[in-house]
Design a binder for this molecule. Structure first.
Ligand code: G3P
Length: 218
């Protein structure tokens, strides 16, 4: 499973990139606004920090302008993945950008049939928003299961499921069990994954016993 981080905070990405566990980055207009810096600069800097796909979202809603924006974003770095919304204009733009060998992440997906449309449009990634469905008492993980089941029926479809809008580690656990190819995690959730009190307590115990030996490895 590929781990992407969902942020436009360059410092946070830099901190996580050194772990070697970051397979990509996703941003969106809200995350860029939160970062408070020029969008194109942020994209260039993120693309220099990670080798994997970096999703940068268009902000136009009409196909012609989406295409122009997508081409401009793609020209910033070879690992830019243009993000388009799941609308007819977004799907048309996806199709054309893929013809130009530009990576595309189709975002704001909330139904399995939207995901099927994105796959037919040749999307590199589909981003179903689990958390936002859970937020309104729907079952976000059921959407992931349905998409994975449908995609599995058609091996010719090459779109990877990029589980998005993740709120906590259990979302990641369930997505991994369903076989989703990618998850994009808020930095806080990614950092949580390594933590367990028994790990901490066990390490303390090992080191306390080791100290009693009076030895050192180096
Ligand atoms: O960036 C796409 C998605 O992960 C954002 O989801 O619900 O946290 O805004 P959300």
């Amino acid at each position: 499973m590929k781990f992407f981080v969902d942020t436009a905070d360059v410092a946070e990405i830099e901190e996580l990139a050194v772990t070697g566990l970051l397979d990509g980055v996703t941003t969106n207009p809200s995350l860029v606004a939160k970062a408070g810096r020029p969008f194109l600069d942020v994209v260039r800097e993120i693309c220099a920090l990670v080798d994997g796909p970096v999703s940068a979202e268009v902000t136009a809603t009409d196909g012609a302008t989406m295409l122009a924006e997508g081409r401009k974003l793609a020209a910033l770095a070879p690992n830019v993945c243009v993000k388009v919304p799941l609308t007819w204009d977004g799907l048309k733009t996806c199709r054309q950008l893929r013809r130009e060998n530009i990576l595309v992440n189709v975002t704001l997906c909330f139904t399995p049939l939207q995901a099927l449309l994105a796959a037919k449009a040749g999307a590199t990634f589909i981003s179903p928003f689990v958390g936002r469905l859970d937020d309104i008492a729907h079952d976000g993980m059921a959407l992931i299961g349905d998409i994975c089941d449908i995609y599995a029926q058609y091996p010719a479809l090459e779109t990877e499921v990029l589980v998005a809008s993740i709120r906590h580690p259990v979302h990641l656990l369930e997505a991994a069990k369903l076989g989703a190819g990618v998850a994009t995690l808020p930095p806080s959730v990614l950092k949580q994954l390594v933590k367990h009190p028994l790990t901490d307590r066990g390490l303390e115990g090992f080191l306390a016993d080791w100290a009693k030996t009076g030895q050192s490895i180096l």
